[in-house]
Design a protein around this ligand. Structure first.
Ligand code: PRT
Ligand code: MG
Length: 231
């Protein structure tokens, strides 16, 4: 029964995930909940993946599209970074579990040696390149700093190097990407980890169906915290 049923005929639970780091770090949590994908999205072109549980399937979407799929009920649940969730905004998503994976920080970064504090004190108008236009706008507005936001879709680090921007707002984990591009982080905006999100209406209407899965994943997170490198 490995044949995939089309969307209309599937009455189980659909979980939206992005490829890459979120997929890799979510897998062990799903395994604890008894769910194993039967297809590897890194090698297959299939976007709907059956799992070891006939009642649960995965859909592979862009990281920034996860909130949209879940909010609109095309997926019952999803895994998305807090950066993506905050930038997306909205109220149609219930966030029951912090998965404590794909951890990083949203930061303001500038070219090494750039006097960021001085520029802020002088009231300079900064050109800020970012994928996170809403979050960046809110951050600088709260500080009373005037900025020209430049919306980019990737490789923010390039913007200051080419004169496109004075600063960037981007995610930092090891700091290696900033260093390699002669940039430095000057201000934290938010601590980021990935969250399990549930369609808010589904959580009300079909809670009995969704809650065992949510609880199993939550239990997995607790076990990893206890058994892992927890500090
Ligand atoms: O790649 P695509 O455009 O499809 O989407 P995406 O970039 O949003 O997806 P993906 O898989 O790269 O990231 C998914 C989620 O992982 C993000 O939404 C974050 O919640 C989380 N995450 C954790 C990160 C990082 N750490 C991270 N370091 N996402 C991106 N980065 C990038 C960062 O933007 C920068 O370019 O890695 C670089 C910095 O890493 P370091 O280690 O050099 O500091
Ligand atoms: Mg990426």
């Amino acid at each position: 029964m490995s044949e995939l049923s089309p969307i209309e005929n599937f009455h189980g639970i659909t979980l939206a995930l992005s490829k890459g780091r979120i997929f890799g770090e979510t897998l062990p949590l799903l395994a604890r909940a008894g769910i194993q994908p039967l297809v590897d999205p890194e090698t297959s072109r299939q976007l709907i993946l059956p799992t070891s549980r006939a009642d649960i399937r995965l859909v592979i979407v862009r990281a920034s599209d996860v909130p949209t799929y879940v909010e609109r009920g095309a997926a019952d649940l999803g895994v998305a970074g807090l950066d993506v969730l905050m930038e997306h905004g909205g109220t149609g998503l219930h966030q029951p579990v912090d998965l404590r994976i794909a951890c990083c920080r949203l930061m303001v970064a500038v070219p090494q040696g750039f006097d960021y504090d001085g520029a802020i004190r002088r009231g300079a108008r900064l050109r800020v390149a970012t994928k996170y236009a809403n979050l960046a706008r809110a951050h600088f507005a709260a500080k009373g700093v005037h900025v020209d936001l430049i919306k980019l879709y990737g490789s923010m680090e390039l913007a200051p190097l080419t004169g496109l921007a004075d600063a960037i707002v981007d995610l930092v984990s090891s700091g290696n990407t900033l260093k390699a591009n002669h940039l430095e982080a000057v201000e934290p905006i938010a601590d980021i980890s990935s969250r399990l999100v549930v369609n808010a209406a589904a959580w009300k209407l079909h809670r009995a169906r969704l809650e065992p899965l949510v609880n199993a994943v939550e239990q997995g997170v607790r076990e990893f915290q206890r058994g892992g490198s927890g500090s």
